[in-house]
Write a protein that binds this ligand. Structure first.
Ligand SMILES: NC(=O)c1ccc[n+]([C@@H]2O[C@H](COP(=O)([O-])OP(=O)(O)OC[C@H]3O[C@@H](n4cnc5c(N)ncnc54)[C@H](O)[C@@H]3O)[C@@H](O)[C@H]2O)c1
Length: 274
């Protein structure tokens, strides 16, 4: 591989789950801007169409395909796999972006662990862990033939305890362990042709956490302030600040890197708060 091709993603076929969301949607547009062939996978047809329209408005020549699937429904993922193979003949990358916290699975300040809603806990584990495992099960076997890279989404809550956030944190910790497990298995079985890594974003303002972190007038809530005080950069991340990490992990530039979790958090996890 020539050094000038280390970051070349031209014509790479990359499936992005959660592509109708904030972070994975932004990453999908970015990958399309790098001439990758991007599969925008989402649950809702209207949202997929508007994500595709946004992509094509910015880049009329972008190679993007919008396909509908639920990351918890193996049959729908297999249909997507077959459609992608029919159109482009291979799959080179998978960005497992579908996920997120759910209000019911958190512990509000006046409650304790004893009040945990176990059904909500199971749902958040389902989405974040099984919603990463199932797409991997469907798309990785395709990559085992010609090589490829998987990028999962962890969270700073996988490593450090964030008050309130119990189910989501357990799920993301499991995603990290799953990342390392599959990385080792794939490294040994494919002689390094398939690599599996993750990004660990800090706090990025999106629809999921906006109400928790900001008030209606845009000022910070008490929790938002606490997070900013503990983030050496003194601000939330912006979706495009994840692009570089994702690009690196999908590209040849990281060809000897697997099982790694790349932190993109403005210093949150290295700061003691003092
Ligand atoms: N925003 C942050 O600060 C932050 C921090 C750390 C990690 N993350 C992780 O980054 C990823 C993206 O988060 P985001 O902030 O962009 O959230 P988001 O809610 O904007 O995007 C998540 C997307 O996943 C989709 N989705 C949910 N359930 C699905 C299902 N069953 N099948 C298919 N799609 C489904 C949603 O429709 C949505 O489009 C998530 O894994 C999240 O946990 C986010």
């Amino acid at each position: 591989m020539k050094d000038n091709l280390l970051f070349d993603l031209s014509d790479r076929v990359i499936v992005v789950t959660g592509a109708t969301g904030a972070l994975a949607g932004s990453a999908a547009d970015y990958l399309a801007s790098q001439n990758a062939r991007v599969v925008y996978l989402g649950r809702n047809r209207e949202k997929i169409d508007s994500a595709l329209a946004r992509c094509r408005e910015k880049m009329p020549d972008a190679q993007c395909l919008g396909l509908q699937a639920d990351v918890l429904d193996r049959g729908s993922l297999e249909r997507v796999r077959d459609q992608v193979l029919e159109k482009w003949g291979r799959i080179d990358g998978l960005l497992n972006g579908a996920g997120g916290n759910m209000p019911g699975a958190t512990i509000t300040p006046e409650k304790s662990f004893a009040d945990l809603d176990f059904e909500a806990f199971k749902q958040v584990v389902d989405l974040n862990l099984h919603g990463t495992v199932l797409p991997s099960l469907v798309f990785v076997p395709v990559m085992m033939k010609s090589g490829g890279a998987v990028v999962n989404f962890s969270s700073v809550s996988a490593q450090q305890v964030l008050t309130r956030v119990v189910g989501y944190s357990s799920a993301k910790a499991a995603v990290e362990n799953f990342t390392r497990w599959v990385a080792v298995d794939m490294a040994r079985r494919t002689e390094g042709k398939v690599r599996v890594n993750a990004v660990m974003p800090g706090f990025f303002l999106g629809e999921q956490n906006r109400r928790l972190l900001t008030n209606e007038d845009g000022s910070l809530t008490e929790r938002g302030e606490l997070i900013i005080r503990n983030t050496p950069f003194g601000r939330f991340g912006q979706a495009n600040e994840l692009h570089g990490a994702i690009h690196y992990l999908l590209a040849e530039a990281s060809r000897f890197v697997t099982g790694h979790v790349l932190t993109v958090d403005g210093g949150f996890t290295v700061f003691s708060g003092v």
